[in-house]
Design a protein around this ligand. Structure first.
Ligand code: PXP
Length: 251
């Protein structure tokens, strides 16, 4: 399975910059349009419970006005479910959320949270929304996602991106094995969190991963090279890595 790897551009931090001053600039919708022109395959936005970046109004405008599929990241709460069912995005990615974290620090504990998550996965699926679970690259989590009936998992790449020296290969190995396990379970496999020009290649080279969601680095890099330029360069690195054979992982 070496199909073209999709790139979902996460535009949360365009909203972070806007919210630093209030008002309307820079506009996440404009970022979504530029992403489409630059070759993104989808737009990802996380509506957090505390609305620290993306707002309800952003989700409404993104749902109505963008041409690319919208992937709404959200916590499994009744409020967020109601919002998703109202806007019916192409996809929902269920993520864990802690109010005081700076970013989504780890994956969803789908194994421990099965009873809680089951009704969300089924309600979203029945509404025709593609559901994914953002999980750590662990067998127990993949098996829980399968048992829950989620068609897609997104592997948390944060530990791999944060690793250095001798810790990189084992973390990459966890991702390679988890992607293989996902394939064996019949789950569509995505990945994301913390990816940059330096870290994207080995993940993009994992043949059974079909989508990467990347945000913070692209928005940061946009300061220096423009959002369109940053996306095009990321896209080129992904395509280049995908064209290479599977990475050799020693772990
Ligand atoms: N995927 C998921 C599920 C996320 O929660 C995030 C962060 O919001 C990302 C991907 C993108 O991570 P980053 O902004 O670090 O690229």
């Amino acid at each position: 399975m070496t199909a073209r790897l999709r790139l979902g551009v996460n535009i949360d931090h365009v909203a972070t910059i806007r919210n630093a001053r209030g008002g309307r600039y820079p506009d996440p919708l404009r970022a979504a349009r530029i992403s489409a022109e630059a070759g993104a395959d989808g737009i990802t936005a996380h509506l957090r419970e505390d609305r620290r970046h993306i707002s309800d109004g952003d989700i409404e405008r993104l749902s109505e006005e963008i041409v690319l599929p919208l992937n709404l990241e959200m916590a499994a709460t009744p409020e967020m479910l109601a919002i998703a069912l109202r806007h019916k995005p192409h996809a929902v990615c269920l993520v864990p959320e802690k109010r005081r974290e700076l970013t989504t620090e780890g994956g969803l504990d789908a194994a421990a949270g099965k009873d809680h998550l089951a009704s969300y996965v089924s309600a979203l699926g029945e509404a025709g929304i593609r559901v994914s679970l953002f999980i750590d690259p662990e067998t127990v989590q993949l098996e829980a996602a399968k048992a829950l009936g989620a068609p897609v998992v997104e592997l948390h790449t944060g530990a791999y991106c944060d690793a250095s020296g001798g810790a990189v290969a084992p973390e990459l190995g966890r991702l390679v094995r988890a992607a293989e396990k996902a394939r064996g379970l019949g789950l569509e496999c995505h990945a994301g969190h913390g990816l940059s020009y330096d870290t994207v290649g080995p993940v993009a080279a994992i043949p059974t991963i079909v989508e990467l969601n990347i945000g913070h680095f692209l928005v940061g890099e946009a300061i220096f090279s423009g959002l369109g330029g940053a996306i095009k360069h990321m896209r080129a690195l992904m395509d280049e890595a995908r064209a290479r054979p599977r990475p050799q992982v020693s772990a």
